[in-house]
Structure formats: C-alpha cells, structure tokens
Design a protein around this ligand. Sequence first.
Ligand SMILES: NC(=O)c1ccc[n+]([C@@H]2O[C@H](COP(=O)([O-])OP(=O)(O)OC[C@H]3O[C@@H](n4cnc5c(N)ncnc54)[C@H](OP(=O)(O)O)[C@@H]3O)[C@@H](O)[C@H]2O)c1
Length: 235
Amino acid sequence: MGSPRVGAVGGITELAAYYAEPPEGVRVNMIFSADGAAAFGGRAGPLSCPTDQQLLTTLRGFADVVLVGAGTARAENYGPVRLSEAQRAGRHAEGRPEPPPIAVISRSGDLPSRLFDEPDRPPILLTCAQAVARLRDDRHWRMFVAGEDSVDVTRALDLLREHGMRRVLCEGGPTLLDELVDADAVAEICVTLAPSLAASQPVGRRLPSRLPAPVTMRLEHALVCDEYLYLKYRR
Ligand SMILES: NC(=O)c1ccc[n+]([C@@H]2O[C@H](COP(=O)([O-])OP(=O)(O)OC[C@H]3O[C@@H](n4cnc5c(N)ncnc54)[C@H](OP(=O)(O)O)[C@@H]3O)[C@@H](O)[C@H]2O)c1
C-alpha cells in the first residue's frame, strides 16, 4: 500500500489516469461544496466545473453500469450514457462495446422520459416487489426486483453482479449514498470538493444512520485542478 498521491494536475487527461482502475463493487462519485452541500437549488450543476463534468463522463467509461437514485434521475433529467469515440474504442478492445446502462433505484417508477430515448438500450429499474403492480406498463425498462416493501440495496447489487455488472459507478444522490454506506457497500468514493459555500441545501428524505461507527477509508489521492480538490478514498 503506497502513500497517497498529493499534488496538482493540469486537466482531465492527467486526472483521468488516477481513476482508470475501478474497484469491483461500488465506486461512488459525488461533488460537495466546501461546506458540505450536495446541491444548490436542487441541482449539482452549480457546484461543478468543466473538469468535474469531464471526470463524470470519464468514470462512466470505466463502469459496467451507472447506478442512481430516482431523485437524481429526475432532478438531473437523466438520459442514456453517451461516451466519446476514444472511450468506445477502449471498451471495444475489452470486449464490451456498449456504453454502460443506467440503473435507477425507485419505488414509484417515475423516471424521466429521456432515459427511454434509445429503445435498444433501455434503463434498468431496480425496484421492490410491492411496487411492481403499481408501475406503468408502457415503459420498456429491464426490471430487477430486490426486496419486498423497499429496495434492498445489497440484493440489488447482487442482481447487477449476477448479470455481469460488477463495476458499479454510483452517481448519487445523497439518499442512495446513505443507504449504500449503511449497507457497507461502498468500495470507493471519489469526491470533488468545490471552492464554494452553499449553506443548507436539503435533499431527499434522509434517515438517521444505523452504523455503529464511521466506516474507515484509505485516501488514495488528493489532486488539485483549477481550485477544485479531487479526492479518492478506498475501503
Ligand atoms: N453532489 C452530487 O454529487 C450529487 C449527486 C447526485 C444528486 N445530487 C443532487 O441530489 C438531489 C437528489 O438526491 P436525493 O437524495 O434527493 O435522491 P436520490 O438518492 O437520487 O433518490 C432517492 C429516490 O430513490 C429511490 N430510492 C432510494 N432508495 C430506495 C429504496 N431503498 N427503495 C426504493 N426506492 C429507493 C426513491 O425513488 P422513488 O421516489 O421514485 O420511489 C427515492 O425517492 C438532487 O438535488 C441532485 O441534484 C447531487
């Protein structure tokens, strides 16, 4: 185990190299203001910058599936993942030419219509048994059922793995992140710290944690680019 890399990077090309080996399991990618807010006015965009946006796309290129809570899919109006030519070529060489699908955890099944823009690449709906009867039947999603009255995130991750999706990139939101942390399911967290203050920006319906103690993570790098701090921690 080496010491963490600490320093400055010139841009996304240099930064991306530090993320090229995703762990098996869940890699989370989130941005926070310097005072800990995950959104401003209900969106993450006001906290972000071009390099952080490029990092998001870069991380998608390394993943087998992109996992989000439905609150994020709705707030950020998610659509199918689109990768660059270079990313597609890289994946082709590894025998997985398609971009990763988006998997949304939801009880309501209320997903943005943009997610259905490419019918040959439908989103995955991770839902629970009690919700199935009430779901819209005109949506062409791949449905995985994990849990009875709410989605059991551990079971949901098992189902993704059973379908060959082992490298999971979770893009939030905070409610889903809480559940993954509570389930001890986070292998890595990539945090962008924005040079901004946002004060209280409540998101989701977050419940108190059941963790007996904070989960210890190991810092892998702390890299600065244009006053944004890029941190990566592994379990
Ligand atoms: N800073 C960042 O990096 C970042 C990243 C992502 C999002 N955000 C921001 O965070 C906000 C959205 O986050 P959020 O915490 O409100 O929502 P979220 O975690 O994205 O999604 C919450 C929703 O996911 C579904 N869900 C989660 N756990 C479930 C379970 N165990 N069983 C069944 N359904 C489950 C429910 O969907 P249904 O209601 O459909 O049943 C729930 O309402 C937005 O403002 C977004 O801009 C910030």
